[in-house]
Design a protein around this ligand. Sequence first.
Ligand SMILES: Cc1ncc(COP(=O)(O)O)c(C=O)c1O
Length: 399
Amino acid sequence: MAVEALSVSPPALAGRMQRISVSATAAMVIEAERLRAEGADLVDFGAGEPDFPTPEHIKQAAVAALRENFTRYTATGGIAPLKDAICRRHAALCGTAYERAEVLVTLGGKHALFNCISALVDHGDEVILPAPYWVSFYDMITYAGGRPKVVAADEEHGFTLTPAMIERALSPRTRAIILNSPSNPSGAVLPPALFQAVLAICRERGIWLISDECYLQFIYAGAPYSVAAEPGARERVIIAGSLSKTYAMTGWRIGYALAPKPVIGAMLNLQSHSTSNPVSFAQKAAIAALEGPQDCVAGMLSEYRRRRDLIVSGLRAIPGLRCVEPAGAFYAYPNLKALLRPGLETPMAFSQRLLREYGVVTVPGEAFGTAAHLRFSYATSTQNIERGLQRLRDFCAAL
Ligand SMILES: Cc1ncc(COP(=O)(O)O)c(C=O)c1O
């Protein structure tokens, strides 16, 4: 991570750089890397990415594309067969009816969100953001000149939200509402009724609903749901999606946006002046992922379910830790309020000592806008989960 570059003295930089910060996630990654370089034996719950390799048939499609010299610029917004494959897969999963002109292929879901927020949020606009939130939402909003209006989700009810909580945060400056279900970091899955209510608010007020579906297929009960399938949704909704987690393709950088044509046009314009097209042969691999056998996704999901059960029961067995059962994604987000004390007042302090003294990498809740939590990614082996839980038990017992 180019943290050194960001620490150039502020006067040399554009003002907008003062509106974003190096995240607590990045800070923990740097500390963990330093310890690892010194030979420390770490158990890493920090990484927000699948530990599985990309499935073989997807890799083979990229190899074939390279052999055929599919190595040049492509259309900026992605090749037509990939756009069609995205529409078809989304339709098959969620019952939506997007067309090619409503798709933009991006360099990961993060890029889709960055383009979308840049295209929609003006200086002084407010964006409603439920907490805990994924780190980058906050900085993308402030970078665009907007103001995040943070709404704390209800932890007692599984980090849920009610329409009333969203309504209380509305103002004449509200430009958009961001929902992320399943959530990183809480694993919460929001019910369709909440999406329907938020969609109704957005339609009534003429504001945008940005729905981040990066973990769409990683839900432990029920079928994937997209608000975009609701009647009248497509004029008000922007979907950000990604192949990164679903197909263990984090390094390939393929994501997408589904949105009304004028929004896609604006995002495409921005993309044409920054990254240009997503990587040519990664696009071919993405077609293979979306159109090929889907049992790899089900296989990963059932492994995540096993790991979730293991980590949640292990965390709940530690006196002082409370843990909502994640209904999706691959993160546990326990509350450690009862363990915070003088000298160990914050999740950041807790996480740092856990790393330095017991070699366990976690991400402190400050990164996600809450004050008493740690995020554990359980996209890691059962053996690592067991070793990490043992170390955490030892650390907590020694407090
Ligand atoms: C909630 C959420 N949205 C978007 C992304 C972006 O993923 P990518 O850019 O790899 O597609 C992530 C990655 O961690 C995420 O957790």
